[in-house]
Design a protein around this ligand. Structure first.
Ligand code: ATP
Length: 141
């Protein structure tokens, strides 16, 4: 008799240069890849992709958890997804005042584009704007 084991959980690890910010079993993940948003369910074929600055969500028993991811790599297999992020925070851990200050700084730099690195200011603005968006998803307790 052939027994087919269908994976029902995904182990998600989100690792940054500052440490592991999440490790746990989830039902479903969506993230922002270099080619756009993608979703992973248990049993997914192995793949790797670069990540853009964006939101990562995971669902467990119907509950959503939201993260900011500041770019990096994702490696997925049938029962495991590892996110190696340049920076990442759970929505609840985002300092919104800091993100707003970073956004203002980046906007000022873009207005004086000759004196500043345009690419760096644009990337900084994107990180700050997405942090604010992700923070809006936080659970109010
Ligand atoms: P800033 O200009 O405010 O430093 P940044 O986009 O340059 O922002 P990153 O290089 O992405 O910051 O991250 C550096 C470290 O600071 C990481 O550990 C990241 O998690 C943390 N961090 C940055 N901004 C915030 C924020 N608004 N809330 C919480 N942690 C943050």
């Amino acid at each position: 008799m052939t027994v087919i084991v269908v994976e029902s959980k995904l182990r998600l690890d989100i690792v940054t240069p500052h440490g592991r910010i999440f490790s746990g079993d989830v039902d479903e993940i969506t993230a922002t890849g270099s080619e756009g948003e993608f979703g992973i369910l248990p049993g997914h074929a192995p793949f790797m992709t670069m990540l853009k600055t964006g939101m990562l969500t995971c669902k467990k028993s119907g509950d959503m958890t939201y993260f900011f991811v500041g770019g990096g790599y994702a490696e997925a297999g049938p029962d495991k997804v590892t996110i190696l992020a340049d920076s990442a925070e759970k929505a609840e851990d985002i300092d919104v005042e800091r993100a707003c200050a970073a956004m203002k700084r980046a906007e000022e730099r873009l207005e004086q584009a000759e004196d500043y690195d345009f690419g760096r200011a644009t990337a900084s603005l994107a990180r700050a704007a997405i942090r604010v968006q992700v923070a809006e998803k936080r659970t109010v307790k």
